[in-house]
Design a protein around this ligand. Structure first.
Ligand code: 1CP
Length: 354
């Protein structure tokens, strides 16, 4: 079938990209590569354009967002761009009093812990985030056939910041609420699912070719708790965007025991951190889903030969998968040598060329 005979949805310039093909579990010319946190502090050109501009302000400037999103695509020749933003942007947009503090992360002025606090979580509408629509419009024009990944924080991970008031190691207040007041917890996650779904819809309608739901901290939970207290809200997000037909990626850290459930929640692609080899991850996730991952980001600090040896381990474990998107097992660490990332993209492309 020639490109022009296809349904309209398949005539987008990104449809035949290696990244989207791998997400759809179709044959690829080479294994596609992108990196979580590929834009940001590892790049000198990022530090330069961000100078003096607070993180949240920079997320609301479409021209700056476009430049920062394109930087790693130009430099590393990755197979996909990820929209430059942060998981707390939709919360800020509905008026939650929060900031991103340098060297700390998101900090919430008044944590959410009681029923009346839920009133602060109103619906998100496209009018709340005109800068997202504008930036993605600019980006898709510049990116051509390179897909843009939209993203959002998953309800559990967003709740962890809202309930703790900031980054947390043990998530004790979050878990206290989850176990202590299951009714309020369910309502909080349901509210966050609505906001998250609205945020993803805006990105897809503006032109994002895929979406990733970051449930970064959900690995703190046991499977039974995940199934009961988190999965309904994450499923609601995936269901809400299913009809667009764009691949939905689901990622968390330390989620080895949750991989099957995270796939079941509704993802097309399951992201895997470095703790579980991809062949084992595929057994846990089951058929019908692609996998994304999973080189340990710290490996990039080792000499080139060691990086290549560890990359071969990842690719060998991925050899039998239905679809594989190469990525790190979590975000690029801030002091990573950018040249090591560029070399890694080239290595994966060359090694997997078919
Ligand atoms: O001032 C700065 O430069 C602050 C650093 C920074 C950056 C560059 C933060 C604060 N967020 C971001 C951008 C960002 N956040 C992206 C950019 C796009 C890309 O990947 O290239 C993305 C995808 C995120 C998503 C995000 N924010 C996640 C999920 C991804 C992950 O790493 O697990 C999480 C958990 C956050 C919260 C957050 N925002 C910023 C920090 C330092 C943190 C983590 C804080 C913590 O440890 O809890």
């Amino acid at each position: 079938m020639s490109a022009n005979d296809r349904p309209l949805a398949q005539q987008t310039p990104t449809y035949d990209s290696a990244f989207l093909k791998a997400c759809r579990r179709e044959p690829v010319p080479h294994t596609p590569v992108w990196f979580m946190r590929q834009a940001g502090r590892s790049l000198p050109e990022y530090l330069k354009v961000r100078e003096g501009i607070p993180m949240l302000d920079s997320c609301m400037r479409p021209e700056l967002v476009t430049e920062i999103t394109l930087q790693p695509v130009r430099r590393h020749k990755v197979d996909a761009a990820i929209y430059f933003s942060d998981i707390v942007v939709p919360l800020k947009a509905i008026g939650v009093d929060l900031d991103i503090k340098p060297g700390v992360g998101p900090v919430v002025a008044e944590p959410i812990r009681r029923r009346e606090d839920l009133e602060r979580l109103r619906d998100l509408t496209p009018d709340d985030i005109p800068y997202v629509t504008e930036a993605i419009g600019m980006l898709t024009g510049e990116l051509g056939s390179t897909p843009l990944i939209g993203f959002a924080g998953a309800p559990f991970t967003l709740a962890s910041y809202l309930v703790e008031g900031g980054p947390s190691r043990n998530h004790e207040n979050t878990k206290a609420l989850m176990y202590g007041d299951p009714g309020l917890w369910a309502d909080l996650l349901d509210r966050l699912a609505e906001i998250t779904a609205a945020f993803l819809k805006v990105q897809i309608e503006a032109g994002a070719s895929a979406v990733q739901l970051f449930d970064s901290w959900v690995g703190a939970l046991a499977p039974a708790d995940y199934r009961r207290s988190v999965m309904p809200a994450s499923s609601k997000v995936f269901d809400a965007v299913a009809s667009y037909g764009v691949p939905r990626i689901h990622f968390g850290v330390g989620t080895g025991e949750l991989l099957g459930l995270m796939g079941e929640a509704g993802a097309d692609v399951v992201g895997v951190d470095w703790r579980v080899p991809l062949d084992e991850a595929a057994r846990r996730v089951g058929p019908g889903k692609a996998l994304q991952g999973n080189l340990d980001p710290a490996v990039l600090f080792a000499p080139r030969e060691a990086v290549e040896a560890q990359t071969r381990r990842v690719l060998d474990a991925a050899a039998g998968l239905e679809g594989h998107v190469f990525n790190l097992g979590h975000g690029v660490l801030p002091t990573t040598d950018p040249d090591a990332l560029t070399r890694l993209v080239e290595y994966v492309h060359t090694r997997t060329a078919r």
